[in-house]
Design a protein around this ligand. Sequence first.
Ligand SMILES: [Zn+2]
Ligand SMILES: [Zn+2]
Length: 71
Amino acid sequence: MILGNLLPRKQVCSNCLEKFHEYSDLVAHVKSKHHGPISRCQTCGEEFVRESDRYHHIQEEKAKKLDSRRH
Ligand SMILES: [Zn+2]
Ligand SMILES: [Zn+2]
Protein backbone atom coordinates (compact mmCIF):
# COMPACT_ATOMS: atom_id res chain seq x y z
CA MET A 1 0.00 0.00 0.00
CA ILE A 2 1.36 3.43 -0.95
CA LEU A 3 0.69 6.15 1.61
CA GLY A 4 0.82 9.08 -0.82
CA ASN A 5 -2.07 7.80 -2.90
CA LEU A 6 -4.62 8.21 -0.14
CA LEU A 7 -4.46 11.99 -0.03
CA PRO A 8 -4.52 14.41 -2.97
CA ARG A 9 -1.19 16.09 -3.81
CA LYS A 10 -2.39 19.60 -3.03
CA GLN A 11 -4.01 20.13 0.32
CA VAL A 12 -6.81 22.68 -0.06
CA CYS A 13 -8.49 24.47 2.82
CA SER A 14 -12.24 23.95 2.44
CA ASN A 15 -12.91 27.26 4.23
CA CYS A 16 -10.88 29.70 2.12
CA LEU A 17 -9.49 27.48 -0.69
CA GLU A 18 -5.86 28.28 0.19
CA LYS A 19 -3.49 25.52 -0.95
CA PHE A 20 -0.74 23.77 1.00
CA HIS A 21 1.98 21.32 0.04
CA GLU A 22 1.95 19.47 3.34
CA TYR A 23 -1.10 18.12 5.11
CA SER A 24 0.36 19.26 8.44
CA ASP A 25 0.51 22.83 7.08
CA LEU A 26 -3.19 22.65 6.24
CA VAL A 27 -4.00 21.40 9.74
CA ALA A 28 -1.99 24.24 11.30
CA HIS A 29 -3.75 26.74 9.01
CA VAL A 30 -7.26 25.49 9.85
CA LYS A 31 -6.42 25.58 13.55
CA SER A 32 -5.01 29.12 13.59
CA LYS A 33 -7.21 30.83 10.95
CA HIS A 34 -10.52 29.04 11.24
CA HIS A 35 -10.23 27.55 14.73
CA GLY A 36 -10.93 23.92 13.90
CA PRO A 37 -12.77 21.58 13.96
CA ILE A 38 -9.90 19.11 14.18
CA SER A 39 -10.20 15.33 14.47
CA ARG A 40 -7.48 13.65 16.47
CA CYS A 41 -6.16 10.10 16.26
CA GLN A 42 -6.71 8.46 19.65
CA THR A 43 -3.62 6.30 19.18
CA CYS A 44 -0.87 8.74 18.18
CA GLY A 45 -2.50 12.18 18.58
CA GLU A 46 -2.08 13.16 14.93
CA GLU A 47 -4.56 15.81 13.83
CA PHE A 48 -6.86 15.89 10.80
CA VAL A 49 -9.16 18.49 9.28
CA ARG A 50 -11.56 15.90 7.84
CA GLU A 51 -13.08 12.90 9.52
CA SER A 52 -12.43 10.86 6.34
CA ASP A 53 -8.71 11.67 6.56
CA ARG A 54 -8.59 10.40 10.13
CA TYR A 55 -10.45 7.28 9.06
CA HIS A 56 -7.82 6.55 6.39
CA HIS A 57 -5.05 7.15 8.92
CA ILE A 58 -6.59 4.74 11.43
CA GLN A 59 -6.92 2.09 8.72
CA GLU A 60 -3.21 2.55 7.95
CA GLU A 61 -2.24 2.26 11.60
CA LYS A 62 -4.21 -0.99 11.87
CA ALA A 63 -2.43 -2.33 8.79
CA LYS A 64 0.96 -1.34 10.22
CA LYS A 65 0.21 -3.08 13.52
CA LEU A 66 -0.63 -6.29 11.70
CA ASP A 67 2.59 -5.91 9.73
CA SER A 68 4.79 -5.48 12.80
CA ARG A 69 3.37 -8.60 14.40
CA ARG A 70 4.90 -10.67 11.60
CA HIS A 71 8.47 -9.60 12.49
ZN1 LIG B 1 -8.41 28.51 5.20
ZN1 LIG C 1 -2.54 7.73 14.61
